[in-house]
Design a protein around this ligand. Structure first.
Ligand code: ADP
Length: 395
């Protein structure tokens, strides 16, 4: 049976049809600019790519294109379940859940925690339920993997009633990716999960670092929102919480303006004044662009500090995993990060590090080093597997 994996953003819909066992993907696609005259769906039929214009189209029309593609492949009746990525599951969800009216209400109750993401995820689930009325739908949460964090890691040092009344605590994100790459790393290291202590660094446009003990998240760098932690493409990561009040007074900015700037105009983009794209920054730095050099250096420094902090959560470190677009491709970032982490026992193997790009996974440290590895993440496959497990009643 095939599993359809769906990821809805505010104006986008990403989908992939997968075999959860083999990982085969005969159909995938991305609908963008939904709700506008420029809306379109790019479809990949297992290598053959087409673009379908969809002016004014929204989720239901995008699902219409998907259904027509499934019919053309003769696969519509072969889809066994639909898995949905949902960003915030609050404290309610520590595992994927079969979508029921009660589960939809609980996802709705988490909207204040993720006001941009959860409404889009909900709208996507509802449109998918109409497109695939007879199938089980499963919600897979970005936060769920981190619900195993102990209180010492998830509480902020703020008044208790902020936590009890308003849910102010650290939740963490990218859980599907961290869980997947930790499992792959254990396999690559030939180690059993129960006694393996890993730090996983998911470095894409958003970036987060997680301490994984025996397959369970025990700390992570993102918090109440995905803004906390390491430097990201356009997000600042950690700043002094006093910054908001200071800038409001000094620059006359509103809280909304400051938050938007910290999310969209900070990080690598803000530091370099050039771009949020790590590959372009590395090229610009090599040409002598000072802002690009500084952006990469601060990114690496803060990443290394975060990894070292996660080692405290673990007590003993058995491996460091790099994943995401930057983690899987930037030998420069990996090498510089490991160079700063010598005190934890890392020694980079320059040749292995240089080889591990464009989908080539592997260990990038010397035999006498604590291992660091490059692992290619696959969130769709993880969502498909979890969906399958829920439908089979295993989760
Ligand atoms: P998203 O979080 O949107 O899924 P990705 O995981 O695709 O993002 O990561 C995007 C980041 O990966 C960008 O900063 C991009 O520049 C970086 N990246 C991709 N390829 C390379 C490369 N060859 N060298 C350095 N950075 C790269």
């Amino acid at each position: 049976m095939w599993t359809l994996v769906v990821n809805c953003g505010s104006s986008s819909l990403k989908f992939a049809l997968l075999d959860p066992s083999s990982g085969e993907v005969p159909l995938s696609g991305l609908a963008e600019r939904l709700g506008s005259d420029l809306a379109s769906v790019r479809v990949d039929r297992g290598g053959e790519r087409v673009s379908v214009p969809l002016p004014g189209g929204s989720y239901p029309e995008a699902f219409g294109v998907l259904l027509a593609e499934l019919d053309a492949l003769g696969l519509r009746s072969e889809v066994g379940a639909v898995g949905h990525r949902v960003v915030h599951g609050g404290e309610r969800f520590s595992a994927p859940a079969l979508v029921t009216p009660e589960v939809l209400d609980a996802i709705r109750a988490c909207v204040p925690l993720a006001p941009l993401h959860n409404p889009a995820n909900l709208a996507g689930i509802e449109a998918a339920q109409e497109a695939f009325p007879g199938l089980p739908h499963v919600a897979v949460f970005d936060t769920a993997f981190h619900q195993t964090m102990p209180e010492v890691a998830y509480r902020y040092a703020v008044p208790e009633e902020w936590y009890t009344q308003h849910g102010v605590r650290r939740y963490g994100f990218h859980g599907t990716s961290h869980a997947y790459v930790a499992g792959e790393a254990a396999r690559m290291l030939g180690r059993d999960f129960p006694d393996l202590n890993l730090v996983t660094a998911h470095l894409g446009n958003g970036c987060s670092v997680t301490a994984v003990q025996g397959g369970r998240s025990v700390d992570t760098s993102m918090g109440l929102t995905p803004l906390e932690g390491v430097v990201m493409g356009t997000r600042s990561g950690d700043v002094d919480p006093g910054l908001h009040d200071y800038l409001a007074r000094q620059a006359g900015l509103s809280l909304t303006q400051i938050t938007a700037t910290l999310n969209r105009e900070s990080g690598l983009l803000g530091l370099s004044g050039l771009t949020n794209d790590m590959r372009e920054l590395e090229e610009a730095a090599a040409r002598g662009h000072e802002g690009a050099r500084l952006a990469v250096e601060i990114f690496v420094y803060r990443l290394a500090k975060s990894v070292a902090g996660m080692a405290v959560a673990l007590g003993r470190l058995d491996g460091l995993v790099f994943t995401g677009g930057i983690g899987e491709n930037s030998a420069t970032v990996r090498g510089a990060t490991l160079a700063r982490l010598g005190l934890l026992g890392f020694k980079v193997d320059e040749a292995a590090n240089a080889r591990a790009v464009r989908g080539r996974a592997g260990i990038i440290t010397t035999p006498d080093s604590v291992p660091a590895l490059v692992v290619n993440t696959n969130e769709e496959l993880m969502i498909a597997r979890e969906t399958q497990s829920v439908v089979a009643g295993e989760l």
